[in-house]
Every structure is written in C-alpha cells, then in structure tokens.
Design a protein around this ligand. Structure first.
Ligand SMILES: *Cc1c(COP(=O)(O)O)cnc(C)c1O
Length: 461
C-alpha cells in the first residue's frame, strides 16, 4: 500500500513513513493510493467480534509490511486495554432509530484516544526497530493534546510538544495537558486561537531545516494513521445494528473534518452507510460549504463546544482531492485561494460532496437545549460536542438507524454542562485527583521563532 500527497508534489510513502511524516513536504496530506474494499461477507463476519479484532481486520490491508500480524495484534491490545469499557465503543439508544456511539471511555475521555493510543504504540514499535528519536509537535483545541500526552508520556524515543490556545480550553482539558510529570511531554500555551496554533505547527513542518534538524513528526488529525484508526468504530457500530444486511447512517460533530472523513473511508471500503451528516457548531464553514458551495473562512467564534472552534478544516483537503478527481495541482491552487480567504467549489466537486455528505449546524442555545432535553428524556448526559451531533441528527432521522458519535465525556466540559442542565457531571474515579496535581506549562507568543527556540532548547537537555 502506497500513500500519495493531495498536492501531488511529494514523494510516495509507505504506511510507516506516512505515519512518521504527518504533513507532506509539499504542504499536502497523505492518502492511500487506493482504498482496499472489504467484501460484504467479511463485513458480516465482524459481527460479535471484540473491538480489537475488528480493528485488526479493518486496518491490516492499509499497513503494508510495517508490522507482523502478531506484532499488530499486540499493539492493538496495548492501545485499547486501558479503556474503561469492555466494548471500547458502546452504543446506547436515545430514541426510536437513534443511537449514540460513546467514544469517550478512553484514558482522556474523548474519541481522540482511539487514534492516539494506537499511534503511540505504532510509533514506539517503529522507532524501536530503527533506533531513531523524534520530536512530535501538535496543535490542539484541547482534546488532541491531552490524548497525545497520555499516549506518549514516558516513551524513551519521543519528545512531545503540544500548543494550545491560552485561555480557550476547559480546565479539565488544560490540566490533562499540564499535569503529566514525565519529562518528555511539554505543554505550551500560545497567545492566539486554535487556528494560530495549527498555523504555527504547519510553519514548522514547512521549515525544512527545522523539520529535519529536530526530526519533526506530527500527530494532528492530518496524520493518516489517526484517520485510519477512526475508521474502525464505524464498522463496529454498523455491524452491531445489522450491517451489511441493513444500512445505517452516521452524524458526526466535526470541526477539522477528521472524524467524518474516517466515515467516508469506511463507506469507500464497502460499509453500507446511507447518510453521513456533518454537524457543526456556530463555526459552520463546513455546513456553509455543503449548502452554499463556498468554502470561506470567517473568523473563529468561541463556543461551548471548543474542540470544534475551527475555521480552517485541515482534513477537508482530503475529500476535496477526491472531489477534484485526485488532481493535486487543482487542490494546491484551492489551498492558495484559501490563504486569501476562500474559494467557490466547482459544480462537479460540489455535486460529489452533496452526494456524500449532508450537513447541519447547531447554535449555542440549541446546544444547551439539547443537553437539557436529552437528559430529561433519556437520562443520557451529553457533552456539548455530542449535543451538537444529536441536534443535527434529529433533523435527519428516517427509516435507517442513525448513529450519532458522542465525542467526549460530559465531565470534560463540566461548566457548559452544568449551565445547561443544572447538575455538574462528575469525573470517573480514575481521574478524581486531577485537580490536586501540579501543573507545568510554558506560555509563549504566537511567534514561530520563539516556539522553535523553545523546542530546540528543551530537546537539547
Ligand atoms: C476533536 C474533537 C471533535 C472534532 O473532531 P474532528 O477531528 O474535527 O472531526 C469533536 N468533539 C470533540 C470532543 C473533540 O475532541
């Protein structure tokens, strides 16, 4: 299996090279040259299997010869063994034909753990073989950073630096990033918003001298290995509800288009998904893109679902690549226009996008109303991101079972949940001492040189 860049100007890579590289050297994102199909009989055979076994069968065709089968099974066991639920991604029912896929039973209580725990295992195994040492730099709107630090803390051949927007993550998210005591993980609060943090990380990847000097690797949602790990729970959820004999639909609260892009890959592999619904908060560039055919940034408005407060949706580039007939030059031109504020999606590409995706948005008030009404009607406490999904999903219910992805545990966003429904969600026991641990963080300006100097100095020690 070979991986190619969405901008057509970077070398083709193997799975492990694409995983280690993150952003392609031409500024693009790696995608598989072709998507392996899974036969209906093989999908049917996933029913009733443990999550790790489903992960093994779904992911293996993408990995090439990176790991032996026995090694890969071992990595999956390590990655998911620490989850707080035997099903890993359990389904609960909210209403007739509406189900919630709980993706928050991992160590940092958000769906990011599914990919990050596995990437930590896979990178460690690949580095142990080559004897190399790498520096991981990532930007986070809150959940990626804590998941990355949890996955990599204490590993001997990796330093991790996580940039988060100062003052714009919840206290639980911040503490999950600032309290790990291991010396190889570093939290950086930058003066800016998430898009600034993400832009500085991209700048570091585009600075070849720095990139090669520190052996930079990325674990943001642009990393193909993360997308791949997220494909698995689309399969596990769908077969629980009768796929491939019965179609299912999914609604996905999204900002960076990572999670829903994984659903698009699952469908391309042959999983019979009827609707894939994009759910955005008031930062609705993706909803506007599908409805109006205009992909235009318009400034981030901080919301109570902060992990989706994003305007430049990195993974959207991957689906644009398909929508524009896998023409890297066309994608490169569009991304140039995006830097100037945005672009109009061509008629052909827009038709493809509308065939593949429906969309909706949820205002702040609707998010709070949904948390309140869902609890009153079902007893299920939603985090604000999941509430965005549930609200948009309710507009797309029909004869096909709808599965809404619950992306975080409500206790990760206790203030927003309490303001909506009057009671404060409590952290699971294993995290109860989070507020007593010491914090360690460096605050830096939104300035590339300052960030690079800090990273160089820390890894020298
Ligand atoms: C990261 C995150 C999202 C958005 O994920 P995308 O990669 O943008 O699809 C939604 N909810 C929570 C809780 C998250 O942490």
């Amino acid at each position: 299996m070979r991986y190619i860049s969405t901008r057509g100007q970077a070398p083709e890579l193997s799975f492990s090279e694409a995983m280690m590289t993150g952003l392609a050297r031409d500024g693009g994102l790696y995608v598989p040259q072709e998507i392996p199909a899974m036969a209906a009989a093989d999908i049917a055979a996933l029913a009733g299997q443990p999550y790790e076994e489903i992960a093994f069968r779904v992911m293996l065709p993408f990995l090439g010869d990176t790991f032996t089968e026995a090694e890969f099974r071992g990595l999956l066991a390590n990655a998911y063994g620490g989850f707080g639920h035997p099903a890993r991604a359990p389904l609960v029912q909210l209403a007739p034909n509406h189900f919630l896929l709980e993706l928050f039973h991992g160590p940092t209580l958000a769906f990011k753990d599914f990919a990050m725990q596995l990437i930590g295992q896979m990178m460690q195994a690949a580095l142990a073989k080559s004897g190399e040492r790498i520096t991981i730099v990532g930007a986070t709107s809150g959940d990626t950073g804590s998941a990355a630090m949890e996955a990599f803390r204490g590993l001997s051949n990796v330093d991790v630096f996580i940039l988060y927007p100062h003052g714009r993550v919840s206290e639980v998210q911040r503490r999950q990033m600032t309290t790990p005591s291991e010396a190889n993980v570093h939290a950086i609060a930058i003066d800016g918003d998430f898009d600034d943090a993400q832009a500085r990380v991209k700048d570091m990847f585009n600075d070849m001298e720095f990139r090669d000097g520190v052996r930079l690797a990325g674990v943001n949602s642009i990393n193909w290995a993360r997308v791949l790990a997220q494909v698995v729970y689309y399969f596990s959820a769908a077969v629980s509800l009768g796929a491939p004999h019965r179609k299912v639909s999914f609604t996905v609260p999204t900002g960076n288009f990572g999670d829903i892009f994984a659903g698009y890959i699952a469908r391309k592999m042959g999983l019979p998904i009827e609707k894939l619904v994009i759910a955005t908060n008031q930062n609705d560039i993706l909803d506007r893109a599908i409805k109006l055919g205009e992909y235009r940034t318009d400034g981030v408005k901080p919301s109570i679902s902060p992990s989706m407060d994003i305007q430049v949706s990195s993974n959207f580039e991957r689906v644009l690549f398909d929508a524009y007939g896998r023409d890297g030059a066309a994608v490169s031109a569009l991304m140039g226009e995006l830097r100037e504020g945005g672009f109009t999606i061509s008629q052909g590409a827009l038709e493809m996008l509308r065939e593949q995706f429906a969309s909706g948005r949820c205002s702040e008030e609707e998010t709070r109303d949904t948390i309140r009404s869902c609890f009153a009607e079902t007893g299920e406490v939603l985090c604000p991101h999941s509430a965005v999904g549930v609200k948009v999903a309710a507009e797309h219910l029909g004869a096909t079972p709808m599965i809404t992805l619950a992306t975080a545990h409500p206790a990760k966003f206790p203030d927003a949940v309490e303001a909506a429904m009057g009671t404060r969600p409590i952290l699971p026991d294993r995290m109860a001492d989070l507020f007593d641990r010491d914090e360690r963080v460096t605050r830096l300006p939104n300035d590339l040189a300052a960030l690079q100097a800090h990273i160089r100095e820390r890894i020298a020690n």
